[in-house]
Design a protein around this ligand. Structure first.
Ligand code: NAD
Ligand code: TYD
Length: 364
């Protein structure tokens, strides 16, 4: 039986990961530690919250005494660390929360794992600490080339700098203390439960509702898109077969310019959603707006290592994944509405009242 601590499990990728892990690892307990920031949504897990193997703990990864208590009470042997401030634009406007959660939070978890697992240096062989990171730590590419696991770090935004810092701490704990760590550096994800501040869910939500579609600069920036379930299956593959101390790059082999992504969303919605009130095609909503400061031009991943070592490769093409994603947003207008008007944050109150739930109370 694995006792898996998932941090940030109420966010976009974490919630998809918890659902997949419960399916793929029958003998597991999952403890989801999440602070429920604006990006954390308990409704993302409404369908699995009564699974007896799942427990939610509301709390901050920077809270050392809470994290230590969770390790002890739940006999944690596996950590999959998602919790982070994750949006580049927010990191430009207010970097402090990124330094706090992404760096201090990761440090706090590493310390708790070290103290729980490495006392007397008798670490059982099945313990694992997986740190979920981003390809943005490698900086920006020109027209050609790919990020590999040996590409030098060159982060440009406060977000990517904070993630780079956390990656270095994780590697330091492996080399210095022998903590059984692994890192995944993944490209841009998209799919269900994605908070509509990031490009794809924002564009889908705005295009459904006939609102402007803001494209930064000239829309020529390139991202390598990966369907979220493929990212989750890559993390499971690393958990099962990855080598300790190693980094695995994860990518979708699916580079697109932002303009192309937005036009694709528009064209699919023109055939699957009710037409705009003015009868115009949705491409008419595209607006080129002021560019993001320090906007990285291109990200592209060489995922040969995880493919060759662990047999992982993406299973969902961009064309298929973007259709599935649009279908999900069309089928879940209440989720989109709740996130847009803030009412999703009432779900916690309705489930648990105002006070923080004691751990014994929330075990289903
Ligand atoms: P998200 O913003 O959707 O979710 C983050 C979650 O972490 C939320 O549930 C939030 O409540 C929680 N959280 C934030 N601060 C916390 C704290 N101090 N203590 C406890 N919980 C806290 O993020 P996401 O898009 O799901 O990304 C998850 C991870 O994957 C992040 O580490 C991110 O850097 C990494 N990543 C994301 C992408 C992507 O495209 N979204 C790509 C590669 C890597
Ligand atoms: P985003 O989803 O914020 O992810 P990241 O910055 O981590 O790659 O942005 C993806 C790309 O889309 C990036 O090049 C910035 C661009 N973008 C826009 O053009 N308009 C928008 O409204 C947003 C949110 C992003």
């Amino acid at each position: 039986m694995k006792n898996i601590l998932i941090t940030g499990g109420c966010g976009f990728i974490g919630s998809n990961f918890i659902r997949l892990a419960l399916q793929k690892i029958p003998a597991c307990n999952i403890i989801n530690l999440d602070k429920l920031t604006y990006a954390g949504n308990l409704q993302n897990l409404a369908d699995i919250e009564s699974d007896g193997r799942y427990k939610f703990v509301k709390g901050d990864v920077c809270n050392s005494s809470l994290v230590t208590k969770v390790f002890a009470e739940d006999c944690i042997d596996t950590v999959v660390h998602f919790a982070a401030e994750s949006h580049v634009d927010r990191s430009i406007e207010g970097p402090a929360a990124f330094v706090q959660t992404n760096i201090i939070g990761t440090f706090t978890l590493l310390e708790a794992a070290r103290k729980a697992w490495l006392v007397n240096k008798q670490s059982p062989p099945n313990q694992r600490f997986i740190h979920v990171s981003t390809d943005e730590v490698y900086g920006s590419l020109g027209e050609t080339g790919y990020f590999t696991e040996t590409t030098s770090y060159d982060p440009r935004s406060p977000y990517s700098a904070s993630k780079a810092s956390s990656d270095h701490l994780v590697n330091a704990y492996y080399h210095t203390y022998g903590l059984p760590t692994m890192i995944t550096n993944c490209s841009n994800n998209y799919g269900p439960y994605h908070f509509p501040e990031k490009l794809i869910p924002l564009i889908i939500s705005n295009a459904i509702n006939g609102r402007d579609l803001p494209l930064y600069g000239d829309g020529s920036n390139v991202r390598d898109w990966l369907y979220v379930i493929d990212h989750c299956s890559a993390i499971l593959a690393v958990l099962e077969g990855g080598r300790l101390g190693e980094t695995y790059n994860v990518g979708g082999n699916s580079e697109k310019r932002n303009l192309e992504v937005v036009e694709t969303v528009c064209d699919i919605l023109d055939t699957t959603a009710p037409p705009l009130a003015n009868g115009l095609p949705r491409r008419s909503l595209i607006r080129f707006v002021k560019d993001r400061p320090g906007h990285d031009q291109r990200y592209a991943i060489d995922a040969a290592k995880i493919r060759n070592e662990l047999g992982w490769s993406p299973s969902v093409s961009f064309e298929d994944g973007i259709r599935r994603t649009i279908e999900w947003y069309l089928a879940n207008p209440d989720w989109v509405q709740g996130v847009c008007d803030g009412s999703y944050q009432n779900y916690y109150k309705s489930m648990y009242g105002e006070r923080l739930p004691a751990q014994s109370e929330v075990r289903a």
